[in-house]
Design a protein around this ligand. Sequence first.
Ligand code: HEM
Ligand code: CU
Length: 478
Amino acid sequence: MTGTTANPHSGAVKFSMLIAGAVFALMMVIGLIMRAAQGNLIEIEAAFFYQLLSTHGAGMVGTAGLSGAAILWYFVGRYVPLSANMYWAFISLFLLGVVFILVSIFVGQYGGAWTFLFPLPAMSGGAWEPWAAALFILGYTSIGVGFLLYYLAIGYPIIKHYGGLARALGWHVGFGGADPDDAPPPTIVAASVVTIFNVLGIVVGAAVLVASLVHLLVPGFAVDALLAKNMIFFFGHVFINAAIYMAVVAVYEIVPEYTGRPWKTSRVFVLAWTSILLFVMAVYPHHLLQDMVMPPWALVMGQIVSYLSGIPLLAVTAYSLCVFLYGSKLRWDLGISLLVLAVAGWSVGTVPAVIDGMISVNKVMHNTQWVPGHFHIYLLLGEVAMSFGFMAWLVRGSEASQASMSILDRMAFGAYLAGAAGFTLMFLVSGASSIPRRWAVHLPEWFLQAQIATAFAVLVVLSVLVFVIKYAARLGRA
Ligand code: HEM
Ligand SMILES: [Cu+2]
């Protein structure tokens, strides 16, 4: 393994991760405020709660996408030449979109949630003007165009360098019986899969964004609400999954530096990633299990694919990780600890997700806090832990000066683990007792759960402040 300092994209990626880390922290504070309000610990206006909910949802999902994209860029850059200009174009469009979204919410008071579910943006009941919703949608469009440029910028050189998409996906090894030594590295296989499905997701997202925008400007222009919902959830599901599947390359690339054993592309690895390509797109109807007007076959497919989706890849990744870790004398520092935690958190988070993907369960659980419960597990303890692990690794310093974990690192790591586990568990507990999600005001019977969750969230926020401040300080020193 080489390339610890020679990566030409190091500066741009370090900058992106600084933004991502700071925004994660800020959005967590917003989450904390919402949970404290649900617990009656503080009082905020209901309309303001929905503005915060929209900021937190869009901000977290966007930042997960940004951090995943930065991580993938860094490691793909080890194998193929990438255009720095394209990366900056992506970052610029992304930040422009963020500005639009912030103005839409905090000036225009948009509070229609990150899912902009049709026709809600146009039906505010006076809470916000159409221009605010339109600006929100334009913000997403700008971010979407940025991501399309990003995927063009990694997809094209990969295809050129590896002699076609099929080879970049490793299909000659997966299906053609070629020697695994001929396979592209895991990062390239992952990048190829994500590029294909996330481009499709974003294109579908762009179509429904444009339709929603036209509807806002020309209210007579109607969109089929069920079709719009299908498109939005296809896009939303695919996009947030892509964030995790981009960030996981940090595990493939960094863990070998600690264990001294390379993470190679095997036949099973190729097949697992190819299965993602199909499943991640086929599974989205699990978001529509309560829509009785959906064709039953689509819902049944959503349920069945939920069992399969992600499991093969997760199994391959988690299993290989265990094999790597077993018996190798690791120096545990913050980076590797967070990366290993992330694979564990991602695995654990799929369990409540699969449960919610069952039609019979979903009928009862879907609009409860069970849902934020499961996705906060694999985001907070998965994607976000991967991002902070990557950041810690980026600024780890030279081998010689590198001590094992300092007391502060240990405390921050412990607080993050305990805080995130407790916080997400309280969502699951709340969901299991039928507490609804997305309610600004909770009944007194539900206060206790929210208050306990708030205490755990404080731990998460404090630990993340340590991660981010330490990262920024080390960047400044370097
Ligand atoms: C300290 C960390 C966090 C806290 C305190 C927090 C808090 C919350 C709260 C209170 C809600 C509303 C729950 C409800 O529906 O009643 C929520 C929703 C949500 N959170 Fe978090 N969260 C945190 C971290 C994250 C992370 C890391 C992500 C993603 C990377 C994330 C993504 C979301 C999303 C997508 C929603 C759904 C928004 C909606 O329903 O429209 N959160 N969070
Ligand atoms: Cu989904």
